[in-house]
Ligand binder design. Structure first.
Ligand SMILES: C[S@@+](CC[C@H](N)C(=O)[O-])C[C@H]1O[C@@H](n2cnc3c(N)ncnc32)[C@H](O)[C@@H]1O
Length: 151
């Protein structure tokens, strides 16, 4: 992800965190942990299934809890609303198969139903998601928020 897009996405997420006094930020697909590093929030949990990326992240991130799990295994707090930012892959790097989008969206909807604030960076999203940030080209991913959430 280029510098400008990353900066714009961080700005949108940060504004939301500040505006609603969100205390916990969770990133299930942190990759290089470039976004979470720039987010300011009381608790930050970055996670990626790739152990190599997690080891690198532990060295470069300060104050970020680094998880190395499948996103489906993340346990989120029941008594607090968390901001969840998802930047999922299109292809599973291990199997080279398409990432199971249906399962991902079901997981996202479950988290939204629990009351968490869910943002996704994806090319499209199912009904009920609204674009809050749009990249310049049509092919690029957009930032969506699950509807009903204030922004
Ligand atoms: C599009 S990249 C995220 C890029 C990240 N936003 C960045 O700026 O570096 C998607 C990431 O999801 C991770 N991933 C793939 N399947 C996963 C799973 N089941 N659970 C957690 N992470 C997964 C990949 O290892 C990859 O780093």
């Amino acid at each position: 992800m280029d510098f400008i897009k990353r900066r714009e996405i961080v700005t949108v997420l940060q504004r939301y965190i500040d505006r609603y006094g969100i205390k916990q930020y969770v990133e299930p697909f942190s990759g290089k942990f470039d976004i979470i590093q720039r987010i300011k929030c009381d608790y930050r949990l970055g996670n990626d299934v790739d152990a190599k990326l997690c080891r690198k992240a532990e060295k470069k991130t300060n104050g970020v809890l680094v998880g190395c799990a499948d996103y489906r295994d993340l346990i989120l707090p029941k008594n607090e609303k968390v901001l969840i930012f998802c930047d999922p892959p299109k292809i599973d790097r291990k199997t080279q198969e398409e990432f199971d989008a249906a399962e991902f969206w079901a997981w996202v909807l479950d988290r939204a139903a629990e009351g968490h604030y869910v943002f996704t960076l994806t090319e499209t999203a199912p009904r009920g998601f609204y674009v809050v940030w749009n990249a310049t080209t049509k092919k690029d991913k957009k930032l969506y928020i699950y509807g009903g959430t204030l922004w």
